[in-house]
Design a protein around this ligand. Structure first.
Ligand code: RBZ
Ligand code: NIO
Length: 339
């Protein structure tokens, strides 16, 4: 069990928010964000997160060869270069909001000619095709979980006061949907969405792939580790380790899309209490993402019909979180107003 954020600081923030120069509760869920941040920081009022770091975990997925994505697997490696050069969508937003971005090759198929360090935590080439085989061996699962923990610790040592996790990997919405289905006892039909925009035939292939994966994993999927090994991937397992390490260190995380919700679904079962350190940046168009938010009791900051991942939804939500902290800290108290 992971130690929860400070109840005392959260309560103090709620008391302060109630006393600010505004009608009671008038800042709506912005007040919840401020109180959550106060608890995570053990500080009332909370401080706006200034040293925010985005980590994009990249990996290919064997299932991509089965026609479950609207784009070819080669895009994963090409996009790693775009992250490294700051030209991916998440790179633009990270720059806009003063967020440090790091991209890591966890399981990309290609040998990448990228800046030093991108391959520092590489586990393997593309993870297994989950409809017919496990995504990972037990040893790879352990290595990926450890890598994710190490990456989070590196980000925290670099001074992060808020972490954002992003994903890049063609085909990854298939294992993500499978993980969420297995975690919450949902069917392939309920969780599968169009990802990058597959047509009806692609959607049918994707649903069949998730159903085959769930049937293949069977009862093993009730155990979170076995579920990750059978239905996940190296990059998703690293994300699970990352979230657990962030929560263990008491560093808050702003969640993004389907990848981060799949990671958290498993992480919160492996290490109960992880979800308390996470706030939901946005609700995506993917059914599995929306279902996981509901099951975890998370209300998203934004609902913009995004379906990108990369950390983009969390980056778009970041200004709201920063505003929440500033409002809690800088507004006058109603009782202090000159009358
Ligand atoms: C150019 C491009 C940039 C992306 N950035 C994130 N994704 C997103 O789409 C992919 C998952 O969707 P699916 O499961 O349908 O393949 C992941 O790479 C995810 O990060 C991208 C996808 C593409 C094509
Ligand atoms: O919902 C998401 O996060 C998503 C959807 C499509 C592709 N990548 C991510």
């Amino acid at each position: 069990m992971i130690a929860p954020p400070s109840r005392a600081a959260e309560q103090a923030a709620r008391t302060r928010l109630a006393a600010l120069a505004k009608p009671l509760g008038a800042l709506g869920r912005v007040e919840d964000l401020a109180a959550w941040l106060a608890g995570c920081q053990d500080s009332c009022p909370p401080r706006p997160p200034e040293r925010v770091r985005l980590t994009v975990l990249a990996g290919d997925h064997g299932i991509a060869a089965k026609g479950v994505s609207a784009y070819p697997p080669q895009v994963t490696a090409a996009m790693v270069h775009a992250f490294a050069s700051g030209t991916a969508a998440a790179g633009v937003l990270a720059r806009q909001h003063g967020v440090a971005l790091r991209v890591l090759d966890i399981a990309v198929d290609a040998d990448l000619d990228t800046p030093a360090g991108v391959g520092a935590h590489k586990i393997r080439r593309s993870s297994g095709s989950i409809d017919v085989e496990d995504a990972l061996t037990a040893a790879e699962l352990d290595a990926a979980l450890l890598a994710g923990r190490a990456i989070a610790r590196e980000e925290i040592e670099a001074g992060a006061d808020l972490l954002i996790l992003g994903d890049m990997g063609i085909g990854n919405t298939t294992p993500e949907a499978a993980l969420i289905a297995a975690t919450f006892g949902l069917t392939a039909d309920e969780v599968v969405g169009r990802g990058t925009g597959v047509d009806d035939a692609g959607l049918a292939r994707k649903t069949a792939a998730v159903a085959a994966a769930l049937a293949r994993a069977g009862d093993r999927a009730s155990d979170p580790r076995a579920r990750l090994q059978a239905l996940g991937s190296a990059d998703l397992a690293a994300g699970v380790g990352f979230l657990i390490a962030a929560a263990t260190a008491g560093v808050p995380v702003l969640l993004d899309g389907l990848a981060t919700l799949a990671e958290l679904s498993v992480a919160d079962e492996l290490a109960p209490g992880t979800a308390a350190w996470c706030a939901a940046g946005h609700r995506s168009t993917e059914p599995a993402q929306r279902l996981a938010l509901e099951k975890l009791g998370l209300l998203p900051v934004l609902d913009l019909d995004l379906r990108l991942g990369e950390g983009s939804g969390a980056l778009l939500a970041l200004p709201v979180l920063r505003s929440a902290a500033l409002l809690a800290g800088e507004m006058a108290l109603l009782s202090d107003l000159a009358g």
